[in-house]
Every structure is written in structure tokens, then in C-alpha cells.
Design a protein around this ligand. Structure first.
Ligand code: ATP
Length: 365
């Protein structure tokens, strides 16, 4: 297994890119440590597959380097890089049995047959394929085929890394959680560097120790699922992570902090120093719906809101509120009783985040 280092890496599909918008991957420096379980998360078109294909060697980057354990691999073929890749759709030999499909990558490496057998049985057991080991792959269900495809990626324990490109897309929804757990189990057992591409935040959070969130060709934040939730460093992260995403309210500078519609939000001295230095007026306050405090009665520091809409989602409710002309979402427990038309909201200071030109600013108080 290897540490993967992307050094000043950029990629454009156009031969002579003239504008930054022509880059699928914008210049980035990023390290995936040896043995980690990582997710590469982001919306469609943000560059996830491009990045994965550059790491595996299926695509040559227009700029920068890919290093495995400090060694440049740009000029190595995919097989020389010793990377296993599992794709969205099954890549298996239909005419072979499940056993032979799983054994294929090992036999290709001239692994002794006794070890092949041991390894194939081990992976088949984890993926619950024992009962179909001697069936022809063409007779399998779509789920089973994808499990075999995953098994082919997982069967070798000498690989530098395993890359998964949305491997559960074709899997039946009720089986997905089970396979996610299996992949996690395999990672814990074999400790191989794994990078898992997905656009599904739940999939990313259950699989990965750390998530790299991509947006428009950049990794905007790299952190634990909790860090991305509690401290999004960019408005996009706040918006993309969470359901619904973070609330953002445009604010203006005022004495002692920022304000909107006559409501002042004081800021710490460190943040005030930064605010004094930045010329932009693109200022937003962000707060997660989960952290908006909702009360039936007015309390100190609370603001009256009209209720626009209530969505009852069984175990919790999402309320859409109007706070002095701004829309705000709050998440409350199913059993919290609230009046029909009006509530009072307050914002715990530690969960109120200030964004300048879309980036989080923090300061020492
Ligand atoms: P998805 O989740 O939909 O697969 P993604 O995040 O994996 O998306 P990429 O497929 O890497 O994104 O695409 C990144 C950008 O590069 C997109 O604008 C896409 O249109 C463009 N792109 C991808 N492949 C090619 C290609 N072969 N030729 C030209 N442009 C491409």
C-alpha cells in the first residue's frame, strides 16, 4: 500500500486551455496517507472520475505529478502502478466462473494456486459469494456481478491502493448499506489505502475516515465527516453536506460585528481584525438547521419568525421560516410542540459561522 501525493496536479481535456474554466482539475496539492480510507465526494461533473483515472494511470495529467510513496509514477502504466480499480458497472468475464473471475488477478501475478484458493475463499466469504463460486458469471444477478467485480479489486493484498468509482450505483438500495459495511470491514482487516468516489454524502461518511469534498475541479475541504458538518470552510461545503444544507444569510458590516435587517451579530476581536482588512462586501452568516434554536415563546436574544412551511419527516421536522424577509430552515425533534404561525429563533454563537467571499473566517478572540 502507498501514500498517494498529488503535486501541483491539473488537468484539461482541451489541448490548449485558455481559461481556468477549461480545467476539469484545477491546480491542487493533496496527500492521501498510506492505509487510509478516503472518500472523494462531490456533485456530478466536479472532476472526481478524472482525478481517479489520473491516479490509476488511465489518464495522463496535463500538469503536475502523481507520487506513490514519494516516487513519480506519471510515466508508469496502470498495471505498473499496481492499483486496483472498481468501476460503477461490473467488469467481469461472463464466460468464467465466479471463482475464476476472482482468481484472475492473482493468477495473472503468478501467485501459487494454494494461495489463490485461500484468498478467493476469504474474499468470497466476506462478500457472501461462497454459494455461487462455481456458477458462470453470466448467470448472476446484477448485484452479484458487481460483488464479483469488487472482489476482483479486493483479492490482491499487494496493491498500492484500491480505487472505487461509485461501486454501489447498480446495487439494490437495501443491499447498499451492507456492502458499505463490508468494504469498511475489508479496509480494517487489510489496511489498504482506499479512495472511494461518490456523490452520496451518506456513502462517503459511512465508508471514509476522511472526506475530500470536490467542487469545480478543486478539493475544497479535506476532513472527517464531522469536521465537514460542523465547520464547513466554504459555503459550498455548508450547502452540499447536510440535509437540508446550511442556512446562509447575507449580512453587512456594522459597529462591533455584522448585521442584517437591524439585527446585530457581534463578532470576536480576531474576526473583527480580519473583517477590517478585507475589502469585499460579500459577507454571509451560516448556521446549520440542526443548530437553529426554536422556541414557542420569546427568550432573551431570540427573534420572531413566521412559519412558512413544516415538513414532517417522521422522526424530525424541517420548518421553513421567514426571519425579517430571509428564509431560514430549522430542524426540530418530532415531539417538539410549536405554534402554528409564529416561533422564536436564536443562534448559539459557536454554531454561527462567518463567510467572506464564500470562505469561512475564524479569528482568535
Ligand atoms: P460524475 O459524478 O457525473 O461522473 P465527475 O465528478 O466524475 O462527474 P468528471 O467525469 O471527472 O466529473 O468530469 C469533470 C469535467 O470534465 C466535466 O466538466 C466533464 O464534462 C469533463 N469531461 C470528463 N470526461 C471528459 C472527456 N473525455 N472529454 C472532455 N471532457 C470531459
Amino acid at each position: 500500500m502507498a501514500e498517494i501525493h498529488l503535486k501541483k496536479l491539473a488537468h484539461s481535456y482541451s489541448a490548449n486551455p485558455k481559461f481556468t474554466s477549461e480545467y476539469a482539475i484545477r491546480e491542487m496539492d493533496h496527500v492521501w496517507e498510506q492505509g487510509g480510507a478516503y472518500a472523494l465526494l462531490g456533485p456530478s461533473g466536479c472532476g472526481k472520475s478524472t482525478l481517479l483515472n489520473i491516479i490509476s494511470g488511465l489518464l495522463s495529467p496535463s500538469e503536475g505529478e502523481v507520487l506513490f510513496d514519494g516516487e513519480r509514477v506519471n510515466d508508469l502504466t496502470p498495471s505498473q502502478r499496481n492499483i486496483a480499480q472498481v468501476f460503477q458497472f461490473p467488469v467481469i468475464y461472463d464466460s468464467m466462473t465466479v471463482f475464476d473471475n476472482l482468481a484472475f488477478p492473482l493468477r495473472n501475478m503468478k501467485v501459487p494456486e494454494s494461495k489463490v484458493k485461500k484468498k478467493v475463499f476469504e474474499i468470497a466469504e466476506i462478500l457472501e459469494l461462497q454459494d455461487v463460486l462455481h456458477n458462470k458469471a453470466k448467470n448472476l444477478s446484477a448485484d452479484e456481478k458487481q460483488k464479483v467485480s469488487m472482489g476482483r479489486g479486493l483479492v490482491r493484498d499487494d496493491v498500492s491502493a484500491i480505487l472505487f468509482d461509485e461501486p454501489l450505483t447498480v446495487i439494490d438500495p437495501h443491499l447498499k448499506w451492507k456492502l458499505r459495511r463490508k468494504l469498511k470491514q475489508i479496509h480494517e482487516q487489510f489496511n489498504i489505502t482506499m479512495v472511494y468516489v461518490t456523490h452520496d454524502q451518506l456513502e462517503a461518511a459511512t465508508f471514509a475516515d476522511k472526506i475530500a469534498l470536490m467542487y469545480d475541479g478543486n478539493i475544497v475541504q479535506f476532513g472527517t465527516p464531522r469536521e465537514l458538518f460542523e465547520k464547513p470552510n466554504h459555503t459550498f461545503v455548508g450547502y452540499f453536506i447536510g440535509s437540508p444544507g446550511m442556512n446562509f444569510i447575507e449580512v453587512a458590516r456594522c459597529a462591533g460585528g455584522v448585521e442584517f435587517a437591524g439585527i446585530t451579530f457581534p463578532v470576536d476581536a480576531g474576526i473583527q481584525d480580519i473583517l477590517d482588512q478585507v475589502p469585499t462586501d460579500n459577507l454571509k452568516l451560516g448556521i446549520r438547521p440542526e443548530f437553529v434554536h426554536v422556541c414557542a415563546e420569546s427568550i432573551e436574544g431570540s427573534f420572531e419568525c413566521d412559519i412558512k412551511h413544516i415538513e414532517d419527516l417522521g422522526t424530525y421536522k424541517i420548518i421553513t421560516l421567514d426571519l425579517k424577509g430571509r428564509t431560514l430552515k430549522a430542524r426540530i425533534d418530532e415531539d417538539q410542540q410549536i405554534p402554528e404561525h409564529k416561533v422564536y429563533v436564536s443562534f448559539p454563537k459557536q454554531w454561527l459561522k462567518l463567510y467572506v467571499d464564500e470562505y469561512l473566517i475564524e479569528g482568535d478572540s
